[in-house]
Ligand binder design. Structure first.
Ligand code: ADE
Ligand code: ZN
Length: 330
């Protein structure tokens, strides 16, 4: 099954590019940019990745990304990830990035977007890996700051495929960003949002009702609300589930206790994703393998999950059709 899952053409819809920063590259970029790190070695960094909730992870995640300063840094980060993903059998990646976290350190939007887009073009050319870019708002910062970033991004909008919403969920409901997401819609951008990772099912309702999202990132707490489950099922709303992230952040205790099988039984439209692979102990293939080990799903189930991702992707139609055909033939 390992080889079959590796060969299955996989699309990743929920990935924070800053969360792909492996400690080795963190040290390389720190030296390049003369940024000091609070760690003596790569092993020390990895030893620090022992999280008890989302916030304990976010603290290290924002600290780690401080080594990113130039367009080349963003390019090198994304290219390193694309190579690893390609080796995992990933054929399409939708990468989120957190502009506010970089702007706060004096790194402009131009180097962020230019570096990431350069890597995306190289991945298409060299690896036959398609991709899309999602500008994500940091929900524990003020909504008017998000609005300013959106206006600032106006001149780059042909380089951005969608907006997202991430970071500390509790106490920062989707409603806080109604105006920002309405403006993003007016600008012709698709919308996605993290909801129901640590936050309550009500946040998933809000993301649907007031942000008009076309996908929910995580959504694992939906099972607490049967009416919500029916709503998500009937709308065929894609949920981008990240199983290894959920166990590492103690959203669920163990893979065996993960709600994925129940979500599947409920008829939800699910996809599997890695979220922040450098921090959570595995990329796309590891997430698929962890589900196989825990749930013993058959090939037809994994094919359905892979199809769901391609169907929900921000991708040109001929490419979508070609990828679906490759999944069916696998
Ligand atoms: N930013 C990076 N990873 C995240 C996650 N799992 N949840 C919310 N915000 C994030
Ligand atoms: Zn995420």
């Amino acid at each position: 099954m390992h080889d079959w899952l590796k060969g299955l053409p996989k699309a990743e819809l929920h990935l924070h590019i800053e969360g792909t920063l492996e400690p080795e590259l963190m040290f390389e970029l720190a030296a390049r940019n003369k940024v000091s790190l609070p760690y003596a070695s790569v092993d020390e960094v990895r030893a620090a990745y022992d999280f008890h909730d989302l916030q304990s992870f976010l603290d290290l995640y924002y600290q780690g990304m401080a080594v990113l300063r130039t367009a080349d840094d963003f390019h090198d980060l994304a290219m390193a990830y694309f190579r690893r993903a390609h080796a995992d059998g990933v054929v399409h990646v939708e990468l989120m990035f957190d502009p506010q976290a970089h702007l706060a350190r004096g790194v402009g939007l131009a180097p962020q977007i230019e570096g990431l887009r350069r890597a995306m073009r190289a991945a298409a050319r060299e690896l036959d890996l398609s991709s899309a870019l999602i500008l994500s708002f940091v929900r524990d910062r003020p909504a008017d700051e998000a609005m300013q970033v959106l206006e600032q991004a106006n001149s780059y909008l042909e380089l951005v495929d969608a907006v997202g919403l991430d970071s500390a969920e509790q106490g920062h409901p989707p409603d806080k960003f109604v105006e920002v997401f309405a403006r993003a819609g007016d600008l012709g951008l698709a919308r996605v949002a993290h909801a129901g990772e640590e936050g309550p099912p009500e946040y998933i309702h809000q993301a649907l009702d007031t942000l008009d999202v076309c996908r929910i990132d995580h959504g694992v707490r939906c099972l607490e609300d049967p009416a919500l489950v029916a709503r998500l099922r009937d709308a065929r709303m894609p949920l981008t589930v990240c199983p290894l992230s959920n166990t590492r952040l103690k959203v669920v205790e163990t893979m065996d206790a993960h709600p994925l099988p129940a979500m599947l039984d409920a008829g939800l439209t699910l996809t599997l994703n890695s979220d922040d692979p450098a921090y959570f102990g595995g990329g796309m293939l590891d997430n698929f393998l962890a589900c196989h080990a825990a749930f013993d799903w058959d090939r037809a189930t994994f094919r359905t999950l892979a199809r769901n991702a391609v169907e929900a992707a921000f991708i040109e139609e001929p490419r979508r059709e070609a990828l679906l055909a490759r999944i069916d033939a696998h």
